[in-house]
Design a protein around this ligand. Sequence first.
Ligand SMILES: *[C@@H]1O[C@H](CO)[C@@H](O)[C@H](O)[C@H]1NC(C)=O
Ligand SMILES: *[C@@H]1O[C@H](CO)[C@@H](O)[C@H](O)[C@H]1NC(C)=O
Ligand SMILES: *[C@@H]1O[C@H](CO)[C@@H](O)[C@H](O)[C@H]1NC(C)=O
Ligand SMILES: *[C@@H]1O[C@H](CO)[C@@H](O)[C@H](O)[C@H]1NC(C)=O
Ligand SMILES: *[C@@H]1O[C@H](CO)[C@@H](O)[C@H](O)[C@H]1NC(C)=O
Length: 759
Amino acid sequence: MSPSTPVLLHLLLLVSLASAGHFYGGTMSFTPKGRNADGTFKVDFRYKNTHDWCDYEGWYCSTGNCGSSVKDVRGTIDSSSRGRSGYNNQWCETETVETKDIPSDKPFQLLQNSCCWIPTVNGLLSWSLETQVDLGTRSDTGEPNRSPVTAILPFIRVPQNCQRSYNLMAFDPDGDRVRCRYGLVRPECDRCDQPSGFYLDQDSCSLQYGYTSTSGVYGFELVVEDFPNQHITLSYTDGSTASPWPTTTNTWARWPTTASPLPTTTNTWARWPTTTTPWSSTTSTTESLYSSTAPLSKLPLHFSLLVDSIVPSCDEGMYLPRFVQPTPHNGEHLHAEVNKELEFRVKAEATHSTVNDVIVSGPLNITNHMTTQGEFVIRWTPIRDNLGEYFPICFITEGLSGSSVYQSEMRCVVVEVGRRKVKAKVVCDETKMTVEVEKSSVTGIHEDHLRLNDPSNSACDLQRFSNNTHIIGVIPLNACGTQIEEDDDNLIFKNEITTFDNPNDIITRHHQVEIQFYCQYAKRGNVSLGFTAHRDSITVVEKGFGTFTYQFEFYQTSQFTNMVDPRDYPLDVVVKQMLYMDIEAVSTVNNTELFVESCRAAPYDNPNYHPTYPIIENGCIVDETVQIFSPRHQRHFQFGMEAFKFIGMHDQVYISCSVILCEAGNPNTRCAQGCVNSTSPQPAGHHHRKREAAMQTAKHHISQGPLRLRRSSESSVTNMNMGLMVGCIVAAVAMLCGVMLYKDKTSGVKYQPLTTFET
Ligand SMILES: *[C@@H]1O[C@H](CO)[C@@H](O)[C@H](O)[C@H]1NC(C)=O
Ligand SMILES: *[C@@H]1O[C@H](CO)[C@@H](O)[C@H](O)[C@H]1NC(C)=O
Ligand SMILES: *[C@@H]1O[C@H](CO)[C@@H](O)[C@H](O)[C@H]1NC(C)=O
Ligand SMILES: *[C@@H]1O[C@H](CO)[C@@H](O)[C@H](O)[C@H]1NC(C)=O
Ligand SMILES: *[C@@H]1O[C@H](CO)[C@@H](O)[C@H](O)[C@H]1NC(C)=O
């Protein structure tokens, strides 16, 4: 919108925006976290909301005592620019994790309602979400009930002519039966519509799309409930009890297992202090085993589904992306551990569209990255609070063909956060990975029957460094079958320890132990040359970190034979004198290459100083005096340029470069792209903020300086003994994952910024 747009137009826009609505959907779940010393009950609530922009909505207490909030953490889970058309095409899903202290274990209800949904074919206007919580102690578990684990992507789309089934995540940590149904009465829904063209199988929680003649967005106001498998009672601290069982005798006749006699209490509805008619009165539309049974809890599951234009073929793998290995199956359970990064990969293929995005709904702080091999890596690190909890993660990949967006099926997994099992650690340095696994933490491991990906090299023998207590592997980054992988931010080196039956076999039929490990190195770094005192290179190596070091040096001549002696600092140069600079990655990893993305000059050694003078930008030479010299190898860069001074009071110049190390020979890396004209439009498609941010330069900056420039260009020869500055620390991360019958991963992510500014 141009700056001259009249204010009135803005106002009109705002008005129409408000009336058009902006809500895509929302969900909520909760987990009791035990009792506080004062007897109150601690409960974590997680609620997700999706709007046209990133927004947070509060819940209020509609009945009972919902206690008070003691903590509230919020953030964005995922966003996309492939939302509904009409407003800004965006959607943004946020999550709020709220911890409450609740004085009583009696039931209560939370409500969230407001106006309005995005425009829907089925005419939804206001939205209303309801959650019912009952913290009474269950007679079977001795604990308060935990809510079902459910999730959905906030905005899903299906071509009008394609049938599709969405298997909604409906897992229950207590082993209860979970039912998904349409909301029937306010306030669990507002319009309470059941769109035609869709069929909801309540017991399997599967939503099927058949066909509808009207394309457009349909809003769904579903409700997810859990029911015990057997007769249980709930007891409360005030001495009362309740029983979530059928209230009439004719309903339990339909119950499949009639073994245990059912109670005939008449007033279980009293558990929900509500005046609305219970949904049992509407069994005509929800004929189900559970229709007359009070659930243990009730959660909202509201979302938008776009019935999109017709696609030439509904076959998966053509326009609609089809999931392939190693994508987890729907409903799969993944193990995670506190403070250890969980990682899984999603991959999809399509012949008639370009699969270039994944949309994800999962716990706060979940991330996704696309590798240069076209896989999506989804990562999440549980915190201590998450121990013992279950988290749903749902994902869909999107393919683009022209301006049409096609979605794959939806898959959801359940992540269980457990205790650490295999005790191991990985130390990463510039040439190798060192893995140590505590033997006592891995049962059934036979040291002489373990191997790496490629054991042919004797350096890859795991027995060489192992001792009585630890299996120790020292694995070069480019040997023993180590594989290299790359995404926007990182270079990742992977290998694994597996068991084998016979030393001469290359196949095994018993794959008992599989310990995958990898070293991850941020591939971007800044090197900075200043022009005063020299300092030795600084390298931080910490447990679980790998570092790449880059050297940045001045040379006397274009022959690059004599490096400027650091002891000659500080030094002066004359304007227009040629400066020769040399950047080299210290890494000896063969299959990597160095790329200098940008070099800038500034009068101060402060990465936030603006404006700076661009020398190289996006890999393109900007300063016309720059000369590039042929490098000695792939991880080397040499260039020269004429010295200059900044206009004004500044005689000092600092040069900082941002460099990237990529997998060599892969056409999909930033290094392979070379000069990318910054004025050319960004590739259309995925607009996830985090991914764009990943395209920026990285975060660590160390430097020394400054270089002093002579004011007069007449002055005679100056000592061309310019400074050297070495270094750049690229924080890196090492991770390990241990697998024993299950697979899971370890990580310790930590960055160590270096602050060595000095003038
Ligand atoms: C998300 O990350 C932030 C900072 O990294 C952390 O403070 C917060 O506790 C995390 N939240 C959750 C729910 O994991
Ligand atoms: C085995 O090696 C590990 C790791 O280097 C070390 O911590 C441990 O003390 C060693 N154990 C023995 C018995 O030497
Ligand atoms: C690395 O490259 C050099 C030269 O091309 C070669 O001699 C060496 O064997 C390579 N090392 C590995 C581990 O591939
Ligand atoms: C880069 O953009 C500039 C300005 O738009 C244009 O003059 C130049 O030709 C472009 N260079 C390349 C390599 O596309
Ligand atoms: C490099 O410096 C730029 C600012 O000049 C900064 O934005 C970026 O985060 C830095 N990257 C690293 C890896 O330090």
